[in-house]
Write a protein that binds this ligand. Sequence first.
Ligand code: IMP
Ligand code: MG
Length: 179
Amino acid sequence: MKKICLKDKEFELFIPEKEVLAAIERIAVEIKRDMDGKNPLFVGVLNGAFMFIADLMRRLDGSYELTFARYSSYRGTSSTGTVKEILPLHPTDVEGRTVILLEDIVDSGFTMSYVMSKLREQGAAEVKLATMLFKPDALKCDLKPDYVGIEIPNEFIVGYGLDYDEMGRAYRDIYKIVE
Ligand code: IMP
Ligand code: MG
């Protein structure tokens, strides 16, 4: 079993790149089908989704508009999360548009719940969520991603854009923590 070390933690191979790319291929087909005749605005959520964004957009291979946003979520001991907008979207960009968020992973769901309701407040006609990975057992919000790459158990993972303390984003495969 392939293993990597990041700082004080050990991780083992969990999802090889090939499986990730097959899931993205499927999402691309679904989005193409659903967006036929529409003019969606794709919003890539930095930093974690950078590989997903690139691999998905190149498979969509069309005249789509893409922009980026960045958020950071701080969680206290309570079950409510507060989300900070580090690179916000301009409200006029989303008005009347079908917006498709591209996220790396949905865990508690706080970040995407916040962002999706904010976009609706700003007048987006429709807000959809495409996430590469989804931990359904960790979900604490009323949120249902429209496009899901791979569902995973509630475990901490790195690679394919995801980090542990900013480390591990550049691995092409996905690794899970060894407890
Ligand atoms: P949520 O608001 O709890 O859904 O958290 C979403 C964000 O937390 C994601 O965009 C990731 O940046 C980060 N995150 C959640 N789970 C993991 C993980 O297993 N590894 C690395 N980052 C994660
Ligand atoms: Mg993220």
